[in-house]
Ligand binder design. Structure first.
Ligand code: NAP
Length: 524
């Protein structure tokens, strides 16, 4: 039997009881390691983080905590090659796709380390200017943000074991809040290994970082009112979390990043020979294939002017035909595996649901696998679906297939395009492709209320834009409605989730003692 990974819990390495849950290589079908959280004292782990890690972090200034983030980044950088080995084996992703997770994590930590420096030696954030509450300024109000006294519990999804941990941990630790992470079981190894390296390097205060691998049973029961919970995963699990008494009754602050039916829209000024058309085609193909489409931000719905429908279908299919699928250890492979056979089954099930209302333009099952046995590997090629009647195809607008699948649809007017996009009920991101600044700006603003991000691709940014699906720490990540209603990243804005806002109402002389301890909460 392969080895059981320990949990870093209550300040020491502890093994769960029982045989544990196997983590698999999704290409070779071999067991890699096992995880178990059974038998651990969950209350004790959270109490240790709250009572030991919290005070130690809060005793530091923002700048000192920013220095800690830099040192964590250095530790991760030093062990980067080991992370690639784990990601390729356990997630089945190519080296390039693994880099989005691993290097994305290190980059995000580095950004927060830099931004944190700007907050200096303060321990409090000042939110906006003061307001007079009495004539002549004899009594006034000033809003402050102070770090919450609880823990930050992260329950993460399987698709970004590294980035998913550090994009949340960076703003939490910078805020002075200890982190407890429960990675998704299927790919927990990478997060566990990163925590192990950081713990071994001794760069963080005791209690600042804990990891629990395996079942989350009972974990939410240990939460207390000043804890915060950040969840990333399916809408189904999100619904369970929202209704948990810790959230529903004890007011534990919760951030939810759930699934999303993201769109790409080619604007009416684009013709099949335009650069905007080409940019849409290449972005769609990239989004369908990066990490085998297992990205919450991936393009699922493609809207093009009716006159461009046939040309878009032809151009996307031509590029999908060239995508090599199989074992990510083979350098000729562009697209690796899904995370496991269960996910492969769920993608096939989702495809069947969508196919009842669409036609198949390119079938992922037609791709021969390279260095992978179809009876064992969790691999499937990219599938492009289409419908000429998007108003009638409700499944396309409400079913997330978490794999290399997208649906092409025509629209007849921009109003129709907007109404179709809105059938997704709120998404993480929509991208727009066109060349007329006024139309692009109008569309971006029309979509802003229902999207965490609107990514506008015009020919002048062809080489500069950051990619539809890439989550940059500078910009907001999250989306309203179906996408979970969460907000992450967006520079120092992210610190708001880990602080409590309070209005200090006092005399000018008391406020004069408060203000020097703080720094303005600048979000840039
Ligand atoms: P999932 O099945 O909902 O699992 C997410 C996490 O929740 C895992 O750590 C899981 O643990 C845990 N969990 C499961 N049941 C739980 C319960 N009853 N109480 C507490 N925790 C529980 O999602 P997934 O399959 O890992 O991820 C895929 C989904 O995540 C997709 O829908 C995708 O769109 C979404 N996603 C969204 C974002 C975003 O930022 N919006 C990012 C990535 C993924 P176990 O693994 O141990 O079951």
């Amino acid at each position: 039997m392969s080895s059981l990974l320990p949990n870093y819990w209550a300040g020491r390495w502890q093994y769960g009881t029982g045989p544990g849950i196997p983590l698999m290589d999704p290409v070779l079908g071999q067991e890699l390691v096992r995880v178990s959280s059974d038998g651990l004292d969950l209350e004790q782990g959270l109490a240790h983080a709250r009572e030991v890690g919290g005070p130690a972090l809060r005793a530091l200034s923002y700048r000192e905590r920013a220095d800690l983030l830099s040192r964590v980044g250095e530790v991760l950088q030093a062990h980067r090659e080991a992370y690639f080995e784990i990601a390729i084996a356990n997630s089945g992703t190519t080296r390039k796709d693994s880099s989005i997770d691993i290097d994305g994590a290190i980059y995000t930590l580095g950004q927060y380390a830099r931004w944190g420096q700007s907050l200096g030696q303060a321990r409090v954030l000042l939110d906006g200017p003061g307001c007079n509450l009495a004539r002549g300024g004899a009594f006034a109000s000033r809003h402050v943000l102070t770090p919450t006294r609880g823990v930050a519990l992260f329950i993460n999804a399987f698709n970004f074991p590294a980035w998913g941990l550090w994009e949340k941990a960076a703003p939490a630790l910078l805020s002075g809040v200890p982190v407890v992470v429960k990675p998704a079981t299927a790919t927990a190894w990478l997060a566990q290994r990163m925590v192990a390296d950081v713990v071994a390097a001794g760069v963080l205060p005791a209690g600042a970082l804990s990891v629990l691998c395996g079942s989350s049973r009972g974990l939410l029961d240990t939460l207390q009112p000043f804890d915060v919970l950040s969840f990333t995963g399916s809408a189904q699990t999100a619904a369970l979390i929202r209704s948990h008494p810790a959230v529903a009754q004890a007011s534990v602050r919760v951030n939810i990043e759930a699934d999303s039916l993201n769109s790409a829209i080619l604007l009416p000024d684009a013709t099949p020979d335009s650069q905007a058309f080409e940019l849409l085609v290449s972005e769609v193909v990239r989004e369908m294939t990066v990490k085998s489409g297992q990205k919450c931000t991936a393009i699922r719905r493609i809207f093009v002017p009716e006159a461009c429908f046939d040309a878009a279908a032809e151009a996307i299919v031509a590029q999908l035909e060239l995508v090599s699928v199989g074992n990510p250890r083979n350098e000729s492979v562009r697209m690796g595996a899904l995370v496991n056979r269960e996910q492969l089954g769920s993608v096939r099930e989702g495809l069947a649901a969508l196919q009842s209302q669409t036609e198949v333009l390119h079938d992922g099952n037609d791709h021969a696998l390279i260095d992978a046995d179809p009876a064992v590997a969790s691999c499937i090629g990219p599938t492009l679906l289409a419908t000429r009647h998007p108003q009638d195809a409700h499944r396309v607008h409400d079913t997330e297939v978490f794999g290399p699948v997208a649906t092409l649809m025509p629209y007849r007017s921009l109003d129709e395009a907007l109404s179709l996009v809105h059938r997704g009920q709120g998404s993480l991101v929509t991208s727009l492709y066109g060349a007329q600044p006024q139309t692009l700006a109008d569309m971006a603003l029309a979509l802003a209320d229902s999207h965490g991000r609107v990514h506008v691709v015009s020919p002048d940014v062809a080489a500069a834009h950051s990619g539809h699906g890439n989550v940059m720490p500078q910009s907001l990540h999250g989306g309203p409605g179906r996408a979970g209603g969460g907000e992450e990243l967006g520079g120092l804005r992210a610190l708001g989730f880990y602080h409590r806002r309070s209005a200090i109402q006092a005399s000018p002389s008391v406020l004069a003692e408060v203000l020097p301890q703080g720094t303005a909460w600048t979000v840039d």
